[in-house]
Design a protein around this ligand. Structure first.
Ligand code: ATP
Length: 368
């Protein structure tokens, strides 16, 4: 296994007219479990292709364990890949499919048998070992495909490109847990591409959020939730995403911002603005907005209420902007009525202030 470093990567498919990736600098620790998360078209597959050696970047370098592999093939990089759709040999049995990557590398028969049995046991494929792959369901084929990716112990990294797309939701959950277990046991470097935040947040120690060919933030699920470095990360992570509202400085009061007619206290003073400073926005998560009995200065008029079983999502208008609240049934099982006016409070320690969509306060944390 190896530490992987991506240095100043950029990629264009059309000779520089547009860029699928721009300014990507990332370090993937040896043995870490990572997710690459972002909407369709943000550059995840392009980045994975560059890491695996299927694509040569237009600019920049790829290093494996300190060695420049930018121009090396996938085979030379010694990585395993699991794709969105299963890659299995239909005419072979499950056992032979699992053994194939090991036979290819010339491992002794006893060692192959040991590893095949171990991975089959972990993925609950043991009863299917003698069965031909053509007789498997789509789910089972993809699990076999995962097994083929995981069976080698000597790989530098295992790359997954949306591997659970074809799996039904319940098995998806089981397989994510299995992948985590396998990771704990074998400490492969895993990079997992997905557009599904639940998949990314439950699988990875660290998540890299991308938009429009760029990395917006890399952090633990908790860091991404608590301190999104960009308004898009706030919006993309969370259900519903973070509320982001235009706000303004209050003259002479650097630890407050103006929201419509009201002012809101921040946990700390904002840094001084430059002359060309851009628009300020205030971010607050729907679960952090508190409803108060007494007036708070912030009034939210309820426009819609949705029951999600364990919580309600309340949508309302506040200072001319749409705001969402998430209220747990345990906190208040009776939701407010449409048309009601609620006094709400934004707790200072839960607020993020953004300038030009970038986190201004609290100050961004250094990536670990
Ligand atoms: P998805 O989740 O839909 O696969 P993605 O995040 O993996 O999306 P990429 O497939 O890497 O994104 O695409 C990034 C950008 O590069 C998109 O604008 C896409 O249209 C473009 N692109 C990807 N592959 C090619 C290609 N082979 N030729 C030209 N443009 C491409």
């Amino acid at each position: 296994m190896a530490e992987i470093i991506l240095r100043s990567l950029a990629h264009s498919y059309d000779g520089g007219a547009s860029w699928a990736l721009r300014d990507v600098d990332l370090r993937w620790r040896d043995g870490g479990a990572y997710a690459l998360l972002g909407p369709s078209g943000c550059g995840k597959t392009t980045l994975l292709g560059i890491i695996s050696g299927l694509l040569q970047p237009t600019r920049g370098q790829v290093l494996y364990a300190g060695k420049d592999v930018t121009h090396a093939s996938s085979r030379e990089r010694n990585i395993a890949q699991v794709f969105q759709f299963p890659v299995v040999y239909d005419t072979m049995t499950v056992r032979d499919n699992l053994a194939f990557p090991l036979r290819n590398r010339g491992l002794p028969a006893a060692e192959i048998a040991r590893r095949v049995e171990r991975i089959a046991d972990t993925l609950e494929l043991t009863p299917l070992l003698p069965v031909r792959a053509t007789r498997l369901t789509a789910d089972q084929k993809q699990i076999l495909s995962l097994g083929r990716g995981l069976v080698r112990e000597d790989v530098a990294a295992i790359l997954f490109d949306e591997p659970l797309t074809v799996i039904d939701p319940h098995r998806k959950w089981l397989l994510r847990r299995k992948l985590k277990e396998i990771h704990k046991q074998f400490r492969h470097t895993l990079i997992y591409v997905t557009h599904d935040q639940t998949e990314a947040l439950t699988f990875a120690d660290e998540v890299v959020v991308m938009q429009d060919g760029q990395v917006l933030q890399r952090g633990t699920p908790e860091q991404l939730f608590r301190r999104p470095a960009h308004t898009y990360v706030g919006y993309f992570i969370g259900s519903p995403g973070m509320n982001v509202l235009p706000c303004a400085r209050v003259a002479g009061e650097p630890a407050r911002v103006r929201l419509g007619d009201a002012t809101v206290a921040l946990a700390a003073a904002l840094p001084e603005d430059h002359a060309d400073a851009g628009a300020l926005e205030l971010g607050i998560r729907p679960e952090h907005i508190a409803i108060e009995a007494a007036p708070t200065g912030l009034v939210l008029t309820v426009t819609a209420v949705e029951d999600h079983g364990r919580f309600h999502i309340v949508t309302g208008q506040l200072a001319g902007h749409r705001v969402k609240l998430r209220i747990g049934h345990a906190v208040d099982p009776v939701p407010p009525a449409v048309g009601a006016e609620l006094h709400v409070r934004f707790p200072a320690d839960k607020l993020c202030v953004y300038r030009n969509h970038r986190l201004l306060a609290p100050a961004p944390e250094e990536a670990p």
